[in-house]
Design a binder for this molecule. Sequence first.
Ligand SMILES: Nc1ncnc2c1ncn2[C@@H]1O[C@H](COP(=O)(O)OP(=O)(O)O)[C@@H](O)[C@H]1O
Ligand SMILES: [Mg+2]
Length: 315
Amino acid sequence: MSKELLLTVDNVRVEFPVQGGVVRALDGVSLEVRKGETVAVVGESGCGKTTLARCVLGLQPLAGGKIVLEGAEIIGTPRDIAERVGMVWQDPYASLDPKWRVSKSMQEPLILAGKRRPVGEMFQEVGLDPALQDRYPHQLSGGQRQRVAVGRALALKPPLVICDEPTAALDLSIRAQILNLLRDLQLSSGCSFLYISHDLTTVRFLADRVAVMYFGRIVETGPTEEIFRNPRHPYTKALLDSAPSLDKLMELPEAPPGEIPDPRTKFVGCRYASRCVNAQSQCLVEDPGPTIEDARTFYCHFPVAELQTSQPASV
Ligand SMILES: Nc1ncnc2c1ncn2[C@@H]1O[C@H](COP(=O)(O)OP(=O)(O)O)[C@@H](O)[C@H]1O
Ligand SMILES: [Mg+2]
């Protein structure tokens, strides 16, 4: 994997004025994606994942911070970003026009860019029978529709592909097929992937690095296997404890215990303190800064104990 940076999200803030206050959907999010790398953003519903995707696509004005893709800052210009960032939404109907034959949806990015590719080849690339190309989205199964949406996102071989919970709306029985497709395409396309999910199990299968998000902030980030083997932030551990294991991919994760705060909360201390099993009085008043351990960074005053890699010799 190249060390060259593709995407930098730097201290990004997004605020939504709502009745009774402001929702800080992103409250200082920083993230990097390198060329050819798959980075997963994981967290419960409402933590800001889709807002982050919208920011990278130039669809969401920022209240602070900046986003740089291939050396150029993204400032609300979605049209030219479309050639550089492919997007797979949770609901394929968000990517596919129900009135268009699916071949047209898949080819549209190419046409807009003045390019051409044989449509049959594009269908085969995402595991679809080219005989389906004249159908409309409602004439396909959910899995086939998501394959069309993936084909559309990858049509121009953009340097970055964002997948926002691409399997969440699918039947459990076909989730694994779409995950396998994404993994094959990761390997064959050379694109970087930003893979967004509330489900850590699928992330382990796909991602090189994981960023765990809680209430508009990334609370822990590091190489996937290290995060799974030895989570340091108590929220990461709670997410892991609630996730089914890889051999139970067909089961849905449970929510970690504790009540999610009101989204309008302005946090003073650690945002996870109200649910955290390790929380002490310091956590309520002092926002934890970063702790950096090798390739890992986490934000916690009282982290989960580090796993010892070798057992001490018994006497
Ligand atoms: N357009 C909007 N107006 C007001 N609040 C919003 C809007 N979009 C998102 N939010 C709020 O921002 C927070 C993050 O939402 P979102 O990015 O959709 O989270 P996720 O994708 O992780 O479920 C939530 O509290 C959500 O209710
Ligand atoms: Mg979302």
